[in-house]
Ligand binder design. Structure first.
Ligand SMILES: [Zn+2]
Ligand SMILES: [Zn+2]
Length: 178
C-alpha cells in the first residue's frame, strides 16, 4: 500500500451529524465541534456534581475514604502491591465497564468486593472472582444496600452469601426505580 492511499484511509467525517468536515481517524470531532462537545461534557459533569445523587455519592465516597483511612487493617490492605495488581487486572478484565449497567468507568479505584472485604478471608479479599468493576452510581447503590442488609438480624451472614447474579438483578431493578 502506498503512503498516499494509506494516508487517505486514515480520515473520516466529524462525528457531529450534518458536519462533513474531514478529520484524522483518531479524532472524533472537527476542532469547532470538539470545543462544543467539551463544553457540553463539562456542563453535564457540573450539573451532575450539583445534583442530589451526585452530592450523595460524593459524601458516601468521602465517608468510605475516612473509614478506610481510620481502619489500620483496611488502610494497609488497599496499599499492598497485591491489591493494586488484582485491582488493575479486574479493571482490565472488565474492559473498564460497569458490570451492572455497562457505563464506562474511568476511575480504576471503583473496583468492588462483591462479598464485602471485611467479611472476606485474606484469599477472598484478593480473589478476582470476588471483584468487579462498578460505576459510581452502581457502587453507591450497592453500598447503601449493604448497609441496610448488615443491620438486619444475621445480616453479615446474609451479605456473605449474596453472589454477583443476585447483585446484578437487584441493582438493575434499583436503577430502573431511579
Ligand atoms: Zn464538525
Ligand atoms: Zn453502573
Amino acid at each position: 500500500m502506498s503512503y498516499r492511499s494509506k494516508h487517505r484511509q486514515q480520515v473520516h467525517e466529524c462525528g457531529q451529524p450534518l458536519c462533513h468536515k474531514i478529520i484524522p481517524i483518531n479524532e472524533r470531532y472537527c476542532p469547532v465541534h470538539q470545543v462544543k462537545k467539551l463544553a457540553e461534557y463539562r456542563a453535564k459533569k457540573d450539573a451532575y456534581h450539583k445534583s442530589k445523587l451526585g452530592q450523595a455519592i460524593k459524601s458516601q465516597r468521602a465517608k468510605q475514604y475516612d473509614q478506610t483511612e481510620r481502619d489500620p487493617q483496611a488502610r494497609a490492605f488497599y496499599r499492598t502491591k497485591s491489591w493494586r495488581a488484582v485491582r488493575d487486572a479486574t479493571y482490565a478484565r472488565d474492559g473498564a465497564t460497569c458490570q451492572v449497567c455497562g457505563n464506562v468507568v474511568q476511575d480504576r479505584k471503583v473496583i468492588d468486593h462483591i462479598k464485602p472485604r471485611r467479611l472476606c478471608s485474606p484469599q477472598e479479599a484478593l480473589s478476582s472472582a470476588n471483584l468487579w468493576t462498578l460505576c459510581y452510581k452502581c457502587h453507591f447503590r450497592k453500598t447503601k444496600l449493604e448497609q441496610i442488609i448488615a443491620k438486619q438480624p444475621n445480616g453479615d451472614n446474609k451479605l456473605a452469601h449474596l453472589d454477583r447474579f443476585w447483585w446484578v438483578k437487584v441493582l438493575r431493578e434499583e436503577r430502573g426505580k431511579k
